[in-house]
Ligand binder design. Structure first.
Ligand code: SF4
Ligand code: SF4
Length: 672
């Protein structure tokens, strides 16, 4: 199809490796999400949340003043229903991931999961204690069995409160109880969200949006937190480790297997299987030096932060990896997997292998994962990939890769700030209170081909670091920052404001902390809770000078994350278009819901959700919010001139001086 507008690769993406592969796609006459987004003009009515297709009397498009749907539904009802459904889908995706891990933990505890073991017994005991599960004199398997039972029960629980909620600050729990938004059971809230949004049910936008909060809380303080806990218990709590990111991690002389999706269970087994002598020998028998495993999206983050397995890229790299011609198998599980992979792979030798019982794609090879025989399945998949190596044609691997240090779990942050015996969040709180760190920004979320890949992430990150804002990241946003060099220690010396630089030098950390995958946004909730517990920054999360941003969001999961962060007290800014923008210039009050997510939710929860397309405005509002929270706490106003005179910068300057001048500067002028 002839394209109306030609776009240069540099306009599609900030990533040089991606630019190279987009050029290759053009040369080969192949489409990618970048070009499809260009050809697919979004529907402005659906895009503004002004259409409803909840029943067979519609679809109804409300574009005229005073218009309602056939059933009489008003624009605010329709927008709120659409929004609740999106959050329910996002919450369900994260929570179902948590459920699968809970069943895996149960199988491991009972010796029924081939290849798995409990790697972090300390975390198992710590988590079990939070729920009063007895730990003394019991084996890890006994404790794990009880924890698995407790967690599995949270999904189908009908009444009461999901136990994970207890981990929020007490004041926040009280607020949730007063508002009637504590999740009763994880599945129940999602089911009720679908029920309430069926035709002829809940038709009051504020009441609908109250349930959006409850459904999202079942994700953040429910399914996602369960997923993070169990992943750490089974695969190890992350700690800093050296890794690499970008397509340049693919290898010309090895069998390249890329794992893509979200769940760590299969990918962890793939890591083990690639090191099996039988597999290495089999790869050699086909002419390769071995098997090179890498990841895309959150599966990448799971094995990157635990084993240092390289990340081939983030969401928009999935097609680009195939375009290298060097990938023998792209092994996918759940979420964020483009159907386009199969058609593209047909032009190369790459095999697309689906593995989840929940996800099949027409034309892909399906090898189903089963945790009871995990290692065997992983080896079977690797053999299919190895058998495919002789079919490889011409390759084109961009020579682009960046080092990064991922693995900043909340446990590690606690440790790094004080060591084994004095670990605490005190130094972080003190740095914020003094103004060395102005505040904290969590920059998370996806890529979206409707904006230049990685650019918004990295521009916003870059600007906030210069303003002494400490940045924590997860998901595809973290991989974007890795590709742009923000996740190494040197970035803490070169790319940050003077106060933050002192902290990075003293603690020895990058200025951007990679905290994991999308379900690991719950680690950020835990950090915020621990900052509250540490004291000095108020008695609830909404008082902390912190902001959450998802500059390039695209998935419903991102909306769920945003909503549970708002409910937890955070200001959350989404980039790009709002799914409920309305058209207030044509239909008055069609932005009622949009305004309610900001002003209404802030009145109740102290947090708010806003959609801001302009990155400079995102940065301005982030800093304004941080400064407002600082002032409310009675902290000194941020002053960039106050800090930064100490640290390595001065030492480096002194080292350039002639010896006499250096001595004079260091020790003063000797008495005559
Ligand atoms: S639920 Fe009402 S507004 Fe929605 S499609 Fe049916 S008739 Fe139209
Ligand atoms: S950040 Fe977004 S695109 Fe990336 S893996 Fe998570 S949900 Fe998918």
């Amino acid at each position: 199809m002839a394209r109306k507008k030609e776009v240069r690769p540099e306009e599609f993406t900030a990533d040089p490796a991606a630019q190279e592969m987009i050029t290759r796609a053009e040369e080969l006459g192949l489409d990618t999400a970048f070009t499809r987004a260009l050809d697919m003009v979004p529907c402005n009515i659906g895009g503004a949340g002004m259409c409803c297709k909840q029943c067979g009397m519609g679809p109804c498009r409300l574009t005229k003043e005073g218009q309602t749907g056939v059933c009489g539904a008003t624009i605010d009802t329709i927008q709120a229903r659409n929004f609740v459904r999106a959050i329910a889908a996002g919450s369900a995706a994260h929570s179902d991931h948590g459920r699968d891990l809970a069943f895996t933990l149960k199988a491991v505890a009972n010796g029924q999961a081939e290849g798995f073991m409990i790697r972090d017994v300390a975390k198992l005991r710590l988590v079990a204690q939070k729920y009063d599960i007895p730990i003394e004199g019991r084996s890890p398997e006994e404790i794990a069995n009880d924890l698995a039972d407790l967690y599995i029960a949270q999904f189908g629980q009908q009444k009461g409160e999901v136990v994970v909620i207890r981990r929020a600050p007490p004041k926040r729990q009280k607020l949730w109880r007063e508002q009637g938004v504590v999740p009763r059971g994880i599945d129940r809230e999602t089911v009720e969200a679908l029920h309430r949004t069926h035709i002829g049910d809940d038709q009051h936008y504020e009441h609908l949006l109250q349930h959006a909060i409850r459904t999202a809380l079942a994700d953040g303080w429910g399914g996602s937190m369960i997923a993070t806990d169990i992943s750490d218990i089974l695969f190890g709590t992350p700690a800093p480790i050296l890794g690499q990111a970008n397509l340049g991690v693919l290898k010309d002389d090895m069998v390249n297997v890329v794992v893509h999706g979200h769940e760590p269970t299969l990918s962890q087994m793939m890591v083990a299987a690639t090191q099996d002598p039988e597999i290495i020998e089999y790869a050699r028998s086909k002419g390769a030096k071995g098997v090179n495993l890498s990841g895309i999206c959150c599966t990448a983050n799971e094995i990157l932060m635990r084993q240092g397995i390289p990340a081939a890229g983030n969401f928009l790299h999935q097609e680009l990896s195939i375009l290298t011609g060097a990938v023998e198998a792209l092994v996918v599980d759940v979420q964020c997997i483009m159907q386009a992979l199969v058609a593209l792979a047909e032009r190369f030798h790459t095999k697309i292998i689906t593995t989840s019982p929940k996800v099949q794609i027409m034309g892909a090879t399906h090898i189903e994962f089963d945790e009871h025989r995990a290692l065997s399945v992983a080896k079977e998949i690797l053999k299919v990939a190895i058998d495919n190596y002789p079919n490889r044609g011409e390759t084109h691997i961009p020579d682009v890769r960046s080092d990064l240090i991922p693995g900043f779990s909340h446990e590690y942050i606690n440790y790094m700030l004080g060591g084994s015996y004095r670990g605490s969040f005190r130094p972080l709180n003190d740095a914020i209170m003094a103004g060395r760190i102005r505040g904290v920004a969590a920059i998370v979320g996806c890529n979206n081909p409707r904006s230049k890949q990685d650019w918004l992430h990295t521009y916003v990150t870059d600007q906030l670091l210069k303003q002494d804002v400490l940045v924590v990241e997860t998901g595809c946003g973290a991989i974007a920052s890795a590709k742009m060099g923000f996740l190494v220690g040197e970035a803490g010396l070169e790319k940050v404001g003077p106060g933050l630089r002192e902290i990075c030098e003293t603690v020895g950390i990058p200025p951007v902390l990679h905290m994991g995958s999308c379900v690991d946004n719950t680690r950020i909730l835990t950090v915020l809770t621990q900052m509250v517990e540490e004291g000095g920054l108020g008695d609830d999360i909404d008082q902390i000078p912190a902001v959450g941003l998802a500059p390039e969001w695209m998935s419903e999961k991102a909306l769920s994350i945003g909503a549970y962060c708002v409910a937890s007290g955070a200001y959350v800014i989404f980039g790009g278009a709002s799914p409920i923008s309305g058209m207030p210039d044509r239909v008055s009050d069609s932005d009622l819901v949009l305004r309610y997510l900001s002003e209404g939710w802030e009145r109740i929860y102290g947090g708010k959700m806003e959609f801001i397309a302009d990155p400079d405005e995102m940065i301005r509002r982030t800093l304004e919010h941080i400064d407002k929270k600082r002032a409310a706490l009675g902290l000194p106003a941020y002053d960039p001139a106050k800090f930064g005179r100490g640290g390595d910068r001065r030492v480096l300057e002194l080292e350039t001086l002639p010896i006499a001048e250096r001595r004079a500067a260091l020790y003063g002028v000797p008495a005559k």
